[in-house]
Design a protein around this ligand. Structure first.
Ligand SMILES: NC(=O)C1=CN([C@@H]2O[C@H](COP(=O)(O)OP(=O)(O)OC[C@H]3O[C@@H](n4cnc5c(N)ncnc54)[C@H](OP(=O)(O)O)[C@@H]3O)[C@@H](O)[C@H]2O)C=CC1
Ligand SMILES: O=C(O)[C@@H]1CCC=N1
Length: 252
């Protein structure tokens, strides 16, 4: 299938690497040198084109520019796409429709792990393109199709922004280790191993049961866990999701 990716940034590169084997890619951007640097990072040859009345008629287009650049980017596209895929955070289908003409619209919300083909990507939009969307975005990890844009916006707050929240947890745990006397490199190694081992645990058990399984009566985990609860860690994460979700909503 022929695919056009607009905006040669980080997310576009992850997608292009995931998609290049099975698709014929054209990368579209506003800077010719950046486009060349971008395609050099791909294994296979990809075409490039400047964002200047670029013809999208009948094409499948994945929009990967920053949300604030939607209007300016749309001005460089001409015609009516078959499907417009958009990874723009907090940018609803109504706004996409105003900017770019297409038969079908699908929003996708990947995350930074796309770089290692381990994204958790949420999808929503025209049901006719559900299977195609799942196929395309499975090339960078797992997908979840949801029925509403509201759910996708909440998913943005959980899994799109999530790597930043987990990075905070990782850094804080390492800082705790260093504070008590571990070498920084050793603390980082421990945290990295901890996160790697946690993924399979989580896919086999509920978090509450995992916690119960670790916590011995009067033990170290109970002492540490109580400190997290006392300091409002749970409430802080819930509020982080709320604030991030609210940021996706149109300004009143
Ligand atoms: N990074 C992440 O973790 C996630 C990002 N997203 C979404 O992905 C999208 C891209 O983010 P990301 O790849 O991280 O960002 P990058 O900054 O790496 O890439 C953004 C791209 O947009 C292009 N761009 C910016 N302004 C304009 C403009 N006015 N006209 C044309 N092109 C423009 C840039 O072009 P140029 O190189 O010429 O500046 C660049 O190629 C965003 O909409 C974001 O919401 C979604 C989920 C997670
Ligand atoms: O912070 C942002 O707006 C984007 C959306 C998800 C991850 N990064």
């Amino acid at each position: 299938m022929k695919l056009t990716i607009v905006g040669p940034g980080k997310m576009a590169l992850a997608l292009a690497k995931g998609l290049e084997k099975e698709h014929e890619l054209t990368i579209v951007g506003r800077d010719g040198e950046k486009l060349l640097r971008f395609t050099k990072q791909l294994g296979k040859h990809a075409k490039t084109a400047l964002l200047d009345k670029y013809e999208i008629d009948g094409q499948s287009v994945i929009l990967c520019v920053k949300p604030y650049a939607l209007k300016e980017t749309a001005a460089g596209l001409k015609g009516k796409a078959e499907t417009l895929y958009s990874v723009l955070a907090g940018t609803g289908i109504a706004a996409l429709k105003k900017a770019v003409k297409a038969e079908n619209y699908v929003r996708a919300m990947p995350n930074l792990a796309a770089e290692f083909f381990s994204s958790m990507t949420t999808l929503t939009g025209d049901g006719a393109k559900k299977e195609e969307a799942e196929r395309l975005f499975t090339s960078i990890g797992q997908t979840l199709w949801v029925e509403t844009e509201k759910e996708l916006d909440i998913a943005t707050a959980v899994a799109g922004s999530g790597p930043a929240y987990l990075a905070l947890v990782a850094e804080a745990l390492a800082d705790g280790g260093v504070k008590e006397g571990l070498k920084r490199a050793d603390a980082m190694k421990l945290v990295e191993g901890l996160f790697a081992g946690f993924a399979p645990l989580l896919s086999h058990s509920h978090p509450a049961l995992l916690k119960d399984g670790v916590m011995s009566p009067g033990g170290t985990t109970a002492a540490g866990y109580a400190a997290l609860e006392k300091n409002g860690t749970r409430a802080a994460f819930i509020e982080a999701v709320e604030k991030a979700y609210r940021r996706t909503l149109p300004k009143a």
